[in-house]
Design a protein around this ligand. Structure first.
Ligand SMILES: C[S@@+](CC[C@H](N)C(=O)[O-])C[C@H]1O[C@@H](n2cnc3c(N)ncnc32)[C@H](O)[C@@H]1O
Length: 358
């Protein structure tokens, strides 16, 4: 696999440390499962093994594809000699992922998990002890890696069963939506999205897109309030969120056109759209604030709109989006500044002029 030009990833490097030090010794042909896999130089540690990576977040999936590893969106059926996992930050989702890792390891196989110290490393260690009775551990790069062999009789099977279901989809918000732990603001309406949703005009019409659709709140708000909207395309990087969004908009099927697109929006979108809405992400798993992702959303929106089309977005007031908006849109208006959020409407220049760059 190619490992050049990959950024350093402390959690990934620490996860694979026990392989490097020899603390875990896998047979050359060992079958290895990597849940929430990420690409990085450290992946070369798996070069001799039969590796299957699971990743439902499109940017990480894309990076893994470039590394030419075997990648799938859903956990495969069979059991593995070793299961590695980089659990998410949300507690219920992390426990479900840990339980899934234990379930996917064969008896005598090993489960290995790692988290940054600031993202629940201590809890992760305790959780694996609760499941498997004991753990071994190493700390480095401000991260902790914990691992244990699956020994018959040592696994707390009742706890395993309880945790396995912790991130299952369920009704939220008085039954109005289906959601699950781990997706953005999973059991509430995000205040920024609420402000944008309330401000979106009921005169919107034609074909729209929601960039970073989450579990579908904004797209559904548009379809509920604007009868002249003929359809919405839902763009979302996290497959688990996109599946929920499609379920939450199922009531409009057959009445309005609808497509779910599992992709990294910063790589560009389809179109042309009459209007686009977005509450862009401002950080990504395990990384600090990422204004560049929101800026990528703005560029993608400008490129995906028809001439004269409108982009409505909401963002934390401090995020530096104005320069990018001014670069790619003909006019930019701030519609609201409340609760620490700004709502912006940006209009693409009319026909006959150069398209905005992607
Ligand atoms: C701030 S949330 C908004 C979610 C939803 N629209 C709402 O209002 O509740 C941003 C969403 O963008 C998704 N996302 C993050 N990075 C992305 C990317 N590069 N491409 C597409 N979607 C992305 C996240 O998974 C998340 O669901």
């Amino acid at each position: 696999m190619s490992s050049s030009q990959l950024m350093s990833d402390p959690a990934l490097e620490t996860l694979l440390l026990p392989l490097e030090t020899g603390a875990i010794d896998l047979e050359p042909a060992a079958r290895v499962l990597f849940l929430r896999a990420r690409a990085g130089r450290a992946l070369t540690a798996f070069n001799d093994h039969a590796l299957v990576c699971v990743q439902s977040f499109a940017p990480d999936r894309d990076a893994l594809e470039k590394s030419r590893v075997n990648i799938v969106a859903e956990t495969p059926e069979e059991n593995f000699d070793a299961v590695f996992v980089l659990p998410g930050r949300q507690r219920q989702e992390a426990r479900a992922q840990l339980a899934s890792a234990v379930i996917k390891a064969r008896e005598g196989g090993v489960v290995v998990a790692c988290a940054p110290n600031t993202e629940g490393a201590k809890t992760l260690e305790k959780d694996l002890i609760d499941l498997l009775g004991s753990v071994q551990k190493l700390t480095k790069n401000k991260c902790r890696v914990v691992w244990e062999t699956i020994r018959p009789g040592a696994v707390d099977t009742a706890l395993l069963e309880e945790w396995r279901r912790l991130d299952a989809p369920r009704k939220v918000l008085d039954g109005a939506y289906v959601s699950r732990p781990g997706v953005f603001a999973w059991d509430r309406i995000d205040p920024a999205s609420k402000i944008l949703g309330d401000l979106l005009p009921d005169t919107l019409k034609g074909k729209g897109a929601d960039l970073g659709a989450g579990f579908g709140y904004l797209a559904r708000t548009v379809l509920e309030k604007a009868p002249k909207v003929s359809g919405m395309d839902l763009y979302e990087a996290e497959k688990r969120a996109l599946d929920l969004a499609q379920e939450n908009l199922a009531g409009f099927k057959g009445k309005r056109s609808m497509h779910g697109i599992w992709c990294d929006v910063t790589r560009g979108i389809e179109g042309p759209y009459d209007f686009i809405i977005s509450n862009p992400p401002f950080h990504q798993a395990g990384k600090a604030d990422r204004a560049d992702v929101g800026q990528g959303f703005i560029r993608a929106a400008a490129a995906g709109l028809r001439p004269g089309g409108e982009f409505y977005m909401v963002a934390n007031r401090h995020l530096p989006y104005e320069k990018t908006l001014a670069e790619v849109f003909a006019s930019v208006t701030q519609l609201a500044d409340e609760g620490g959020y700004k709502v912006i409407r940006a209009t693409k220049r009319k026909g006959g002029q150069r398209d905005a760059p992607r």
